[in-house]
Design a protein around this ligand. Sequence first.
Ligand code: AMP
Ligand code: GLY
Length: 437
Amino acid sequence: MQALVIGSGGREHALAWKLLQSPQITRVYCAPGNGGTQQMPRCQSVALAATDIEGLVRFATVQGIRLTVVGPELPLVEGIVDAFQAAGLPIFGPSRAAAQLEGSKLWAKQLMQEAGIPTAPAAGFADLSEALAYLDSRTPSGKGSYPVVIKKDGLAAGKGVTVAHSREEAVQALEAALAKPGERVLIEEFLAGQEVSVLALTDGQTCLPLLPAQDYKRLGDGDTGPNTGGMGAHAPADHLVTPQLLARIQAQVLDPTLQALQRRGIRYQGVIYAGLMIAPNGDPYVLEYNCRFGDPEAQVILPLLENPLDEVLLACIEGRLADLQLKWKPGYAACVVMAAPGYPDSYERGIPITGLEAAAATGALVFHAGTRQVGKQLLSDGGRVLCLTGQGATLAEALRQAYAAVEQVQFPKAHYRSDIGSRALGPAVRRGVVPAS
Ligand code: AMP
Ligand code: GLY
């Protein structure tokens, strides 16, 4: 069977890599793919943008593709699944209506509030003066309390959320979020705790959680600097999410989310990604939903999955998830993202990269996130450029392998965090110098 992966990042490289492990899969096309997907045997890049829905439907029809998986959120929110389904093409991912879970933060908040899913109290606004009045009215003093979280409605490529530590900052964020007519914003109470990503597969009826993962979103060590798409991750996050807590997340978050979608007449098929805050007392709260695999969470979850990925995805598409059991490899996976200088603001492209054979020789998986092959030369071609995934019997071992691979990469001026793993192992973790396991 031939499969199609839509997107060009590290997540899509990991999806294509995992699909190619399956005995059923003869070839994987990546649209548009990257320098890394292109290098894999039986993997071919297709020069179509992830949002070229018409072109992708045509390609999948002509090639007779029986399994398509969508990496990024934008084509999902724009209705790629509806278009494929209308053409009779099997595709993994939520419909446009279902993808509102990520596509509109106000819609998702309302769904959570109606279904009694634990989440921070919040209110939505389209009008700046009303939003400002609410900002101050949140406390009896009329001064509001800070920090407060301002969320722009709609997709914002990771830039839509401001944790405002003062009224001035909040006002600035509200003004920016409501600058154009028709824009909406959510004012949400700040929650303290530890963040974890719980992704679940669903066919619309059954919901199977994947291994919980932790993502390191800020650019710098010690969670400093601006938010990014994610600078590293590890799984399973079992130091935080015990089997009991996962069962609770299933009962209080995942299942009620699916039921609330069903009540709206929406069949959700694909990944429901719950970005959770685990409060100091252990209670889980939903910060946000995503309607797809996480990046870089996919790069640590997929290497630990035993099942052939095509079987899992087809079970979701065909409504057979209740019959499927997910099997996981023992141990841990951890990844470190190497980013271009300047990321997440404007960044340099075209930086030559070498040393990837040596990086792979450490045993780590070398996923490309933003690269381009030009002749024999590999060039950086994105903000997040490489994602190196180590595996091991312990998290410390997995981290050591990931950082050993990083050391082998020659990528001038690359930026990466040296404290991936510190959430689980403590702040002493630096650059793979991890406590004895
Ligand atoms: P994203 O929506 O992925 O851009 O991420 C927003 C980030 O803002 C989350 O990963 C959290 O770190 C933070 N965040 C969002 N909502 C809240 C909240 N209610 N309380 C505290 N932090 C939040
Ligand atoms: N790692 C965060 C995301 O995929 O949205």
